[in-house]
Design a protein. Structure first.
Length: 296
């Protein structure tokens, strides 16, 4: 299952399903046990990547940095700050040596352990007592020529499931549209066969198989949501199997027309707890899909 360069970038670099959970985020640490101390600090270099991430996704927001200091060890605090200037998570790093590359990785959870809201954030480096470290210019460039280092990024809870040109079809593609003996329980996303599909929300695979109407299909229990998402009419059986872990934005299959499908499209469903055909209730996915489509 291949992805184009653009599709790979959209998923945060994932090229194929791996069936493995994301690596853990960095531990938050704790303030220095004794009185925190730091020298006169500067930021020699720093880079935040990727610029767009998804909660429980392929790549967590990460910061690589290197400080300058007139002191051999320094106690630092690295904050994740939202667009309003509020700190949502903090990392404490003690006895950091100058001119030594360091890094942290944020898993997208707040200090209270909840997924951070959608939006833009930035990393801020400061001594554990005192003002934030001034952002340095890029290494090797004069301060009059190079812009300040940008440590901003965006994180979102869900990814749009189709990577490529698509539309939401006519009235018959909508949730609740009439069908023979039942109503339509999802939203059709019209797209060319063979376009990559990704998990709207990572979690555990509940079902993966083939059914006469659905064709090749996959159902994922969304991490921390209580919702299941279902993907139908896949071109080929998904390589993901029940019990495997999938990440938000990770490839899960290709748009197809298997089963009872009138043309190439993804049939997408959202079900409340306890889950898909396990006592849950289907929801209209269109408002969610339109929201995810705006930023994915």
């Amino acid at each position: 299952m291949g992805l184009t360069g653009a599709a790979s970038a959209a998923t945060g670099g994932a090229v194929t399903p791996s069936g493995s959970p994301p690596p853990p985020g960095s531990p938050s640490g704790a303030p220095a046990a004794d009185a925190p101390t730091a020298g006169t600090l500067s930021l020699v270099s720093a880079q935040a990547a990727p610029r767009k991430s998804f909660y429980y996704g392929v790549r967590y927001p990460s910061l690589r940095y290197e400080i300058g200091s007139d002191q051999p060890t320094n106690d630092l605090r690295i904050d994740v700050v939202d667009a309003a200037g509020t700190t949502v998570q903090s990392f404490y790093r003690n006895d950091v040596a100058p001119n030594t590359p360091s890094s942290i990785r944020w898993d997208g959870t707040t200090a209270e352990g909840r997924p951070a809201p959608n939006g833009r954030y930035t990393f801020r480096i400061s001594p554990q007592v005192g003002e934030p470290v001034p952002l340095a210019r890029k290494r090797g460039a004069s301060s009059s020529e190079a812009p300040p280092v940008n440590l901003g990024f965006a994180i979102y809870g869900y990814a749009f499931p189709v990577l490529g040109t698509h539309d939401f079809g006519q009235s018959g593609a909508m949730f609740g549209a009439g069908r023979s003996g039942h109503t339509h329980q999802g939203q059709d996303v019209m797209a060319e066969c063979g376009l990559p599909l990704v998990a709207a929300r990572g979690g555990k695979v509940r079902y993966s198989g083939y059914q006469g109407s659905a064709g090749n299909y996959l159902v994922i229990d969304g991490k921390g949501t209580g919702f299941d998402t279902a993907y139908m009419h896949l071109q080929e059986p998904s390589p993901l199997q029940p019990g495997m872990t999938v990440r938000t934005g990770e490839p899960i299959g290709l748009v197809g027309d298997t089963g009872n499908a009138a043309g190439c499209h993804l049939h997408f469903e959202i079900w409340t707890a306890p889950g898909w055909y396990e006592g849950g209730t289907p929801l209209d996915p269109l408002p969610y899909l339109e929201r995810w489509d705006r930023y994915s």
